[in-house]
Ligand binder design. Structure first.
Ligand code: ARG
Length: 463
């Protein structure tokens, strides 16, 4: 009959060993070993509490601490031998601990189950990942500000429907992304609060008969609170879904920016250049310089969205409480953290490698009648109802288009055909600078406003 010596923690009740293929199918150690250091931290806190409550002896605690310290070193140095036969990170570490310290190692699992253990590990891992991600987001925000700062007077066309709409400054355009990143920072901070609760103590699902102190474990591990229902504690993965949703949204923002960088770098726009270290050439077309990094960011957004759908789908049919399905939460989660972390790291640097081509931006803004709205507003301010002004300007644009000139290039008499209200002061209104300066309110593109927005943003980042 199989015994504990066969590396089978539960084998006492089994008549035959698990099939090889099933072992490989059910094992998670290949990927969950990344939780090792969090697993050790959780175990240390658990053991400390067990000793404090008199559930294990002080000697057991010190043996466990000694053993786990050695295991921690082995993991950090890459010397730890992971065994597929031991299924997952938890059983690998426990087995090693028992080899190192004997019975004390076998007592560590008192009052605990892998169900609450794994939920605790993931939360510790995710909390630390969120902290890294927030730091990286802030670094990207700083890059955006540094790129924006000298360009509050750099004029480019603002688009709607990807058609030239109204002139905006390049700084104003970039600051839109600062706002998105700021919401991302807030969202991750908010999600962190719900990640930061302790499941340990729920044991398998119903709690444990030992006189444990969950609050003590929470305090040692820096959790803000303990999960209030044992069934929920072991089966909840909302926090992972929320995190992934926040990540998908951040990737979506970066994907939009990537799409713009790609367009802007295309010779048809020629608004920017991206430093060579972020681009590659073509194996066949010698003239090519491709914006690979933004393209991959756009592509990898699909992968993170996929992870979100995977997690939602993973949960939707699960009855309470823990089910093995939950083991499938890790790969999408880890992949999301890795993808987002790397993307943010590259992006912050890439924004520093952008060269702005002022002339191309300006000449694009001069095409497409970007100041037509300014002419309409001018007429309204002189008493014409807005709809009539809209119509008069539409006719003026058509006239200019036929002559292939900009509105500002029409003679006063020509403009006056469309409204007698137009006088010589119109030319100040029709310039790109005049158009920008006129939008002088919070959130507007006037240089003064964008400078103020950048100053506010810097203050926010340094807070
Ligand atoms: N490797 C498992 C997971 O990731 C740990 C929990 C296993 N619990 C169990 N009752 N089989 O979910």
């Amino acid at each position: 009959m199989a015994t504990m010596q066969d590396n089978q923690t539960w084998s006492g009740r089994f008549n035959e060993p698990v099939a090889e293929l099933v072992k490989r199918y059910t094992a998670s150690v290949d990927f969950d070993k990344r939780l090792a250091l969090f697993d050790i931290r959780g175990s240390l806190a658990h053991a400390q509490m067990l000793a404090h409550c008199g559930i294990i002896s002080a000697q057991d605690l010190s043996d466990i601490q000694r053993g786990l310290a050695q295991i921690e070193n082995e993991v950090i140095n890459g010397d730890f031998v992971w065994q597929l036969d031991l299924e997952d990170v938890h059983l690998n570490i426990e087995k090693r601990l028992t080899t190192l310290v004997g019975d004390a190692g076998k007592r560590l699992h008192t009052g605990r189950s892998r169900n609450d253990q794994v939920a605790t590990d993931i939360r510790l891992y995710l909390r630390s990942s969120i902290d890294d991600i927030i730091t990286l987001l802030k670094a990207l925000q700083t890059s955006l500000l540094d790129l924006a700062q000298p360009h509050t007077h750099t004029i480019m066309p603002g688009f709607t429907h990807l058609q030239v709409a109204q002139p905006v400054s390049f700084a104003h355009h970039l600051m839109a992304y600062f706002e998105m990143c700021q919401r991302d920072v807030e969202r991750f901070g908010d999600a962190r609060r719900r990640v930061n609760r302790l499941p340990l103590g729920a044991a398998a699902l119903a709690g444990t008969s030992y006189p444990i102190k969950r609050e003590m474990v929470a305090e040692i591990l820096g959790f803000e609170a303990v999960c209030q229902n044992s069934l929920d504690a072991v089966s909840d993965r909302d926090f992972a879904i929320e995190f992934t949703a926040a990540a998908a949204l951040t990737m979506t923002h970066l994907s939009r920016l990537s799409e713009e960088l790609i367009l802007w770098m295309s010779p048809r726009f020629g608004f920017i250049d991206i430093a060579d270290r972020f681009c590659t050439g073509s194996s066949i077309m010698p003239q090519k310089k491709n914006p690979d990094v933004p393209e991959l960011v756009r592509g990898k957004t699909g992968r993170v969205n996929g992870n979100l759908v995977a997690l939602l789908t993973l949960m939707k049919g699960q009855p309470l409480a823990y089910n093995k399905d939950n083991q499938e939460d890790k790969e999408p989660l880890f992949d999301t953290v890795d993808t987002l972390t790397m993307t943010l790291r590259i992006y912050a640097d890439m924004m520093r490698g952008i060269t702005v081509k002022l002339d191309a931006m300006r000449s694009a803004a001069l095409q497409g009648y970007a100041t037509a709205t300014d002419l309409a507003d001018y007429l309204v301010k002189k008493g014409l109802p807005f709809r009539d002004a809209h119509e008069a300007v539409a006719l003026a644009v058509r006239f200019a288009e036929q002559r292939k000139v900009d509105l500002a290039e029409l003679k006063l008499e020509e403009l006056q055909q469309f409204s007698k209200l137009i006088t010589n002061d119109i030319y100040g209104v029709l310039t790109l600078e005049g158009s920008l300066a006129a939008r002088n309110h919070t959130g507007g593109t006037a240089p003064q406003q964008v400078e103020a927005a950048i100053a506010r943003a810097r203050k926010l980042l340094s807070a």
